[in-house]
Design a protein around this ligand. Structure first.
Ligand code: ADP
Ligand code: MG
Length: 690
């Protein structure tokens, strides 16, 4: 069995290499078979210099025309090669020996392999692999594609390739069991596992090489589907386990109706629908696991309050967790306003409380006097003892990872009861991505904004207009408008980051001493932050200069102008979040995205999307296409989403299909699911034991 065949049985594997292989998560021969190529190099044909396409990785040949050393920030050796028709390509080397440079004499022919890029003098290749060619006896071309594997330092492609070759000959002797049902393979017209593995690791000259390069070959699709099914099945098992647990069944709440009546607005249809879904879940004796997605300003807080009251009325506690203290405080204010008149006690915790105050709050929580407890993740520290926790609400979920979410869940457990869980996020996540990242959760979507909101008007301007934008902002503020000026992270340093904001704030106050300017950044203490925020909220400040700390959830309805500097450096999802700080009241809001020229074509396209739409879901789809899932979910979340072959950008259309088949497997044959997991997850992430 290749799943038991240890790697040190292979030729050439000593203790040192074994260690490297383990580092890659490879322990047995089967692991090696599932260590799939990241991509392929095509050295089967020569591309003429005149046909070189930007971004393609190709094999080309040309005669050396010139060579030169350039001195600059980095010295480089430039070798120019030429085709018979007179097309040029520059080869650029940053690391080279004097001797090496001497070899590139005019008239010799070079065969090079690398990625074609655009350089200062036309097309170039940086550090191509190369060989000198005797034009009378040119070296033969490869007859098939060369797989390139993910690897680690000290383990080269060649050694890895040799190991894979050994594994493949073992595979011929001991084929792997087919785990996917025949009807699945038939209906999707996909090949069997063993032949798929052969195609991937050792593509043959008569295979469709273009398909393989693009990962659209049926053999690759088959493995992609199998991997996605495995991941979906893991999530479904997780969910099944959850549903076998007990949670308090919370009867329908009278107080929720009282709260609804006391609100100055009526819920939107979307809010009503989502509220109903939550209320239904809470009636059941097993834990709710629900994700509410709603664009910024769609009114998630009041939904959380209405869910909370159902638990409180039934005599249970509710923990409301926000990702920052600013947000926790904002929730506190809303909950105090809504729930205290109904006689519900709200406790809260923050990092800067005086000891006596903290003791008081903790006692209220422990005794059960406080029904609602608001704070950051500090809520789940050991000093906090809940009395009867019935519901956990996690706001702005994308800041927390799957593992953190599960850990919280355990902490909230008392005796054999688990609390219900409601997670809320303002980052619209494309459906397929949500199915993958949050497949263990039920999904509710608030896809409607409260009436009367005017879409934010967005302009994209070059930084050359910065001073006139400042001027305009001043005039607007004098007319009573409140504005944000956001200075995003330029350097990866909290300090420089804060300085950029400080400099901007000073520019304003120097120029217009009568402008009331506040400054907020990550280096301020929680207390200082809260002071500034509150001053802005009470309109004691006209302008808030901030770093991206204001990104999530901050609600100041009177602010209607936002300037974002260096917008080209931020992800679309993040820009959308930032922009969502305005347009929360009845005023027509404006947003100016300043960029540092020159702007690349994609850069331009991205900012134009921001200008053209305020629909968070559309923006998220575009962001997924341009930047991939990491940008949307945040790095913490994607930790659990590392695939061997599937690519959420490229393969998202398979996800619903995988989900469907995973369900069939989980229902009918959990042994298959276990085997699939051993194959694909192996020694990597294990959701079950996260
Ligand atoms: P988010 O979904 O971004 O968390 P909030 O819950 O902060 O949004 O709501 C934004 C604002 O809209 C708040 O001032 C809230 O009181 C208000 N709001 C919520 N629901 C409605 C509604 N149905 N009609 C009018 N205003 C609403
Ligand atoms: Mg919110």
């Amino acid at each position: 069995m290749l799943s038991e065949h240890s790697l040190d049985n292979l030729k050439g594997v000593g203790p040192k290499q074994l260690e490297k292989l383990h580092k890659l998560g490879l322990f047995v021969v089967q692991d090696l078979l599932f260590h799939l190529p990241l991509r392929y190099q095509d050295k089967t044909k020569l591309t003429a210099l005149e046909n070189a396409c930007l971004g393609s990785e190709v094999l080309m040949e040309g005669e050396i025309f010139s060579q030169a050393l350039t001195r600059g920030r980095r010295n480089s050796l430039l070798v120019k090669i030429q085709s018979p028709q007179g097309a040029f390509l520059t080869l650029r080397f940053f690391h080279f020996h004097y001797r090496q440079a001497q070899q590139f004499t005019r008239g010799k022919t070079l065969r090079v392999f690398g990625e074609v890029r655009s350089g200062p003098n036309g097309l170039e290749m940086v550090h191509p692999s190369y060989e000198f060619v005797n034009t009378e006896t040119p070296p033969e071309l490869e007859n098939t594609l060369t797989p390139i594997y993910p690897t680690t330092e000290g383990l080269g492609q060649v050694s890895l390739l040799k190991l894979v070759q050994q594994a493949m000959s073992l595979l011929k002797q001991y084929p792997l069991v087919e785990l996917l049902p025949n009807n699945l393979l038939d209906s999707l017209q996909l090949p069997d596992l063993n032949s798929a593995l052969f195609t991937l690791h050792q593509p043959q000259p008569d295979d469709d090489l273009l398909e393989i390069k693009q990962f659209s070959h049926p053999a690759q699709q088959r493995l992609i589907v199998e991997e996605l099914i495995t991941q979906q099945a893991a999530l479904q098992l997780l969910r099944q386990t959850e549903q076998k647990r007990l949670a308090p069944a919370l009867p329908a709440s009278q107080m929720a109706n009282a709260l609804l009546k006391s609100l100055p607005f009526a819920l939107t249809d979307a809010q009503q629908r989502v509220l109903q879904e939550i209320q239904q879940d809470l009636l059941k004796p097993y834990p709710m696991q629900r994700l509410v997605q709603g664009d910024v300003g769609s009114g998630k807080t009041v939904i959380a309050a209405l869910a909370a009251i159902q638990a409180a009325e039934a005599g249970y506690q509710v923990a409301i967790m926000a990702p920052t203290e600013i947000l926790a405080e904002q929730h506190l204010n809303a909950f105090l306003e809504w729930l205290e008149p109904l006689g519900v006690t709200v406790a809260w915790l923050n990092g800067r409380m005086k000891a006596a105050e903290k003791r008081f709050q903790l006692a209220q929580i422990e005794s059960g006097e406080a029904k609602i407890v608001i704070g950051t993740h500090a809520l789940f520290q050991d000093s906090v003892t809940f009395n009867r926790l019935g519901l956990v609400v996690i706001d702005e979920q994308h800041r927390f990872g799957v593992h953190q979410r599960l850990a919280l869940h355990e902490k909230g457990q008392n005796q054999d009861h688990h609390p219900h869980q409601l997670v809320m996020t303002a980052t619209p996540i494309p459906r397929t991505l949500a199915m993958t990242a949050y497949g263990d959760l039920d999904l509710s979507i608030i896809d409607e904004l409260p009436p009367g909101r005017k879409p934010i008007d967005t302009a994209v301007l070059s930084n050359e207009k910065r001073s006139s934008v400042m001027e305009h902002l001043y005039v607007k503020c004098k007319q009573g408008v409140q504005a944000y000026w956001v200075c995003p992270l330029i350097e990866e340093s909290e300090l420089l980051h804060a300085q950029a904001a400080e400099v901007t704030a000073t520019q304003f106050t120097d120029h217009w001493p009568d402008l009331r300017v506040g400054l907020i950044h990550g280096r301020l203490k929680g207390e200082q932050k809260a002071l500034v925020m509150n001053a802005f909220k009470d309109h004691e400040l006209d302008l808030l200069v901030a770093t991206t700390v204001i990104e999530v959830g901050v609600n100041v309805p009177n602010s209607s102008l936002m300037i974002i500097e260096n917008a080209e450096r931020l992800g679309l999802a993040q820009l959308h979040q930032l922009r969502g700080r305005v347009g929360r009241g009845d005023l027509q809001s404006h947003c100016v995205l300043l960029y540092q020229p020159p702007l690349s074509e994609t850069g331009k396209a991205r900012l134009n999307i921001m200008r053209d739409t305020t629909d968070g879901f559309r923006i998220a789809e575009e962001d997924l296409k341009i930047r991939g899932p990491g940008e949307i979910l945040g790095t913490k979340q994607t930790g659990g989403l590392q695939f061997r072959i599937a690519d959420l950008k490229r393969d998202s259309h398979w996800i619903p299909i995988a989900q469907h088949w995973a369900k069939t497997l989980v229902e009918n044959d959990t042994q298959i699911v276990t085997d699939l997991q051993e194959r694909w997850v192996g020694h990597k992430v294990d959701y079950q034991h996260a």
